[in-house]
Write a protein that binds this ligand. Structure first.
Ligand code: HEC
Length: 159
């Protein structure tokens, strides 16, 4: 019984061993190294979503959506910090604090939400920056305004 068992084991081992040796002879000729797509000397890399040559940039929250992927903490809050929090730092100043995610989503202390998740056109905050009325000193760049719209349309995530 023992002999039969070890015979089976070594047979299994042999099968696996011979399989692992059966590589593609062509890839052995590649001196530059293979990229993640198996191309010799290629430049494809694995993105944050684990996809080879994918377009995921900086958040795994948006993986699966290859068109865009806005990251609140590194792309949206910095816009507010640079342009809005001098006046919107606490909810007692102008009734709206844009200092962190919770405050932004709770909105104006008397008028209610300024973000309608998934719908930038109906979000008061986007309307104000798009019309140029906020910040009062001058309009944000169109890239920044579009980024805020995309973030809202992607669900205004705390990502
Ligand atoms: C110089 C000060 C100042 C800066 C900077 C500023 N705001 Fe304002 N904001 C105000 C004041 C004052 C009000 C209230 C009066 C008004 O609605 O015009 C206001 C109102 C708002 C409202 C309307 C709130 C409501 O419910 O009526 C939004 C939304 C808003 N600001 C967003 C922003 C955003 C986004 C930024 C940065 C891109 C910004 N603000 C920068 C002073 C400022």
């Amino acid at each position: 019984m023992k002999i039969l068992f070890s015979f089976i084991l070594s047979f299994i081992f042999l099968v696996f061993w011979s399989c692992s040796d059966a590589g593609d002879p062509l890839s052995n000729d590649c001196t530059e190294g293979l990229d993640c797509a198996g191309e010799c000397g290629g430049t494809a890399t694995i993105d944050v979503c684990g996809e080879c040559d994918g377009s995921g940039l900086n958040s795994d929250d948006c993986c699966g959506d290859s068109s865009s992927c806005v990251h609140y903490s590194t792309e949206i809050q910095p816009i507010f910090d640079a342009n809005c929090t001098p006046c919107h730092i606490t909810s007692t100043r102008n009734n709206l604090s844009l200092s962190n995610y919770t405050n932004i989503m709770s909105g104006n202390s008397t008028n209610g939400p300024v973000i309608v998740s998934g719908d930038h056109a109906n979000s008061l905050l986007w309307q104000k920056v798009n019309s140029g009325s906020m910040p009062p000193s001058g309009q944000l760049t169109s890239d920044q305004i579009n980024l805020i719209a995309t973030w809202i349309d992607e669900g205004a995530l705390d990502n």
